[in-house]
Design a protein around this ligand. Sequence first.
Ligand code: NAD
Length: 323
Amino acid sequence: MTKVMVTGAGGFIGHHLVGYLVSKGYHVRGVDIKRPEYEGSKAHEFMELDLRNWDNCLKATEGVDEVYALAADMGGMGFISANNARILRNNALINLNTIHAAQENKVKRYLYTSSACVYPEHKQTEANVVPLKESDAYPAHPQDAYGWEKLISERLCLYYAEDCEMETRIVRFHNIFGPLGTWDGGREKVPAAICRKVALAKLYGNSEIEIWGDGEQTRSFCYIDDCIDGLYRLMRSDCKVPINLGQDRMVTINELAAMVSYIAGVKLRIKHIEGPIGVRGRNSDNTLLRKTLEWEPVISLEVGMQRTFAWIEEQVRSRENAK
Ligand code: NAD
C-alpha cells in the first residue's frame, strides 16, 4: 500500500484531499498544527505538528512514499495584505524544512501547492485581463510576500528535482472554493465571505451587503472537487514544470454576489466600501493544463456556488441559533 502524507490536512483543500486519497486505497498520514474544523479527518494517522520545525518535518516524512505539501499560513486578501513578514517567514520555514526532510527520508514524489499570486502585478492591472500562462511568472513581480514565497518554493522544488532523486510536481491554484472551507474570522476568501454575508442578510431580512472596492475586479473560481481531481492527475503525470489549476471563466465580484443572491432567493443591494482588493483582474490560461493532463475543471461556477452556499447557510444558521 503506497503511503502518502498530506501537509495542511487540517485545512480546506488538504482535508478534502485526505478523504479522496483514502477512497483511492492509499494509506494516508495527515499533518497539520490543527485538526479539521468542521468534521473529523479520514486520515489513517493524523499528526499535530508545527512544520516550521525541522525535527517535526523529519517525523512527518518518515516512512512515506509521496508527499502533497499544502501547509501554509494563508488567508484571503485582508489577511495576506496585512501579514507580509509573518507569511514570508512561516511559509519559507515550512517549505524549506518539509522538502529537505522528504529528501532525507527518500520520498519518491513531492507535490507543492503554489498559487496564481506568483504572477506579476503589472500583468493584472485591467479587469478584462489576458489569461495568465505559466511563463508569465517571469520576470517576477508578485504583489505580496505570499506570492514571492510561493515563487521561491517553486524554484526549491525544481532544484531538488534536478539535484536529488525525487520527482517534484508544482501546481498553481486559482481561487479554490467549496464546502468545509473557512467562512468567517478574517481568513476566508471572497466566495465564502459573499455566501456568509448573503446568508446573514437572508436570515435577518437585511437588504444590503458590503463588498470591498467597486466590485468590478475579476477572478476565476474553481470548485474543490475539480481541484482535488486535478491535483491527483498532476501527481500521477510526468509534468515537471509549474502548471495552472483553475477555471478559465472570469467573473466580476459584483457578478459573483448577484449569483449568490439569486441562489439564496433574495434581492440585495451592494454597498461598495474601502478594502484590500488585490490585483484588478486575474484569469487562468489552461492551455498547458489541457495539453499535459488532457483534462480541465468541469464543474460550473453556478453548481459549485449552490453547493457552497447551502453549506455556509447551514453553518450561519446554526451559529446564529446558538447565540
Ligand atoms: P488552509 O489555510 O485551509 O490550509 C492550510 C493549512 O496549513 C491550515 O490547516 C494550517 O493550520 C496549516 N498550517 C499553517 N501553518 C502550519 C505549520 N506551521 N505547520 C503545519 N501546518 C500548518 O488553506 P487551503 O485553502 O487549504 O490551501 C492549501 C494550499 O493551497 C496552501 O499552500 C495555499 O497557499 C495554496 N493555495 C490555496 C488557494 C485557495 O484558493 N484556497 C489558492 C492558491 C494557493
